[in-house]
Design a protein around this ligand. Structure first.
Ligand code: CNA
Length: 313
């Protein structure tokens, strides 16, 4: 299939058209971004005064993408660890928009939720794992950059919250075991090396630095999960009958390109604060997504039960 900008479908124009589409559709794809979690106090990236990127600029970081660049992280993980706490949710609440996606699932209409979010709140909202693609990974797990040891994300949350670089416990244990190993072994090595006492192996042993833990979020320069491409091209584009794109600026590829790869006859609906010009959506419902999905449910005759966002958040 060639990639080109889709034409609009002239028959869909109003919020009531969208409510009717919701009622009639059976296989809905929902593509979400950071905007569906801002009502919980988690900043998005690109909102002008409240976004994470504007905070970074205030702190003199001119190229915010670098905070999430894998090469920068490997070179010096401190920048990431000083800033990541802002994006870590409390995992106690999800937003009404998460509740709306759950409602689509309960009604048997949710085919797949492709989320760019890393907060893993879809899990809290009860979205089935097999209906969820976390395009950019999530904070749910973490992996050592040195030895590959995997842990639950919650194990490194205290370090993230304390703004200190999280180190691998398995590397630490290995280093401790090496240090406690019988000295005779080292002495033996020394005798067997012709270079006056220190073999290459021993020099390596002298760098007892445990590996750095990295949350399993996809940094710039890393691959997206394989199931993203497989599910999208092999299954979803062939079978969905409606796509809802919610709370995203659609600036990050390849997710930003998904709507143009979906067949043109499938209605494309956009719900967010800022309008989008680089994709032809049939209807753009602009405003706070929590309000918009409430209104849509009301017009569709559905009751949106969800955990309310507590006051003060
Ligand atoms: P973005 O570029 O910051 O865009 C978010 C969009 O949502 C903006 O256009 C806002 O206008 C809009 N928006 C913000 N709040 C609301 C609201 N309450 N109702 C409706 N619209 C709203 O973020 P994207 O998701 O487009 O960019 C993708 C990045 C952001 C991914 O790589 C994520 O990992 C990353 N991110 C995720 C989180 C999270 O997991 N909660 C937080 C911050 C960034």
């Amino acid at each position: 299939r060639s990639y080109y900008k889709r034409r609009k479908l002239p028959q869909f124009n109003t919020i009531d058209d969208v409510a009717t589409l919701l009622r009639n559709s059976k296989n809905i794809m929902v593509i979400t971004g950071a905007g569906i979690s801002t009502s919980l106090g988690i900043p998005d990236f690109r909102s002008k005064t409240t976004g994470f990127y504007s905070k970074l600029l205030e702190r003199g970081i001119n190229e915010p993408e670098e905070v999430f660049d894998i090469h920068e992280f490997d070179y010096d993980p401190r920048t990431f660890y000083q800033l990541a706490a802002d994006l870590l949710p409390d995992h106690k609440h999800y937003s009404p928009t998460h509740g709306f996606i759950r409602l689509l699932q309960d009604k048997g209409k949710l085919q797949t939720n492709y989320t760019q979010n890393i907060d893993n709140l879809e899990e809290l909202a009860g979205i089935d794992k097999h209906r969820l693609i976390q395009c950019h990974g999530s904070f749910a797990g973490a992996t050592c950059r040195k030895c590959g040891h995997k842990v639950k994300g919650t194990e490194i949350f205290p370090d993230i919250r304390a703004k200190r670089v999280s180190r691998c416990q398995r590397c630490k244990a290995d280093i401790a075991a090496q240090a406690a190993a019988p000295k005779a072994k080292k002495a033996k090595k020394r005798i067997s090396t012709p270079y006056g006492g220190r073999s290459d192996e021993e020099i390596d042993d002298n760098i007892p630095e445990p590996g750095v833990m990295k949350p399993d979020i996809t940094f710039f320069g890393e691959q997206l999960p394989e199931d993203f491409f497989d599910r999208f091209t092999e299954r979803d584009v062939k079978t969905i009958d409606l796509v809802l794109v919610i709370g995203t600026s659609l600036k990050v590829a390849p997710v930003s390109e998904m709507p143009d790869f979906i067949p043109h006859h499938v209605p494309h609906i956009f719900i967010s604060r800022e309008p989008i010009e680089h994709v032809n959506f049939d209807v753009q419902l602009l405003g706070n997504c929590d309000d918009v999905v409430f209104e849509l449910c009301m017009r569709a005759g559905w009751e949106l039960k969800h955990r309310m966002v507590p006051k003060g958040l």
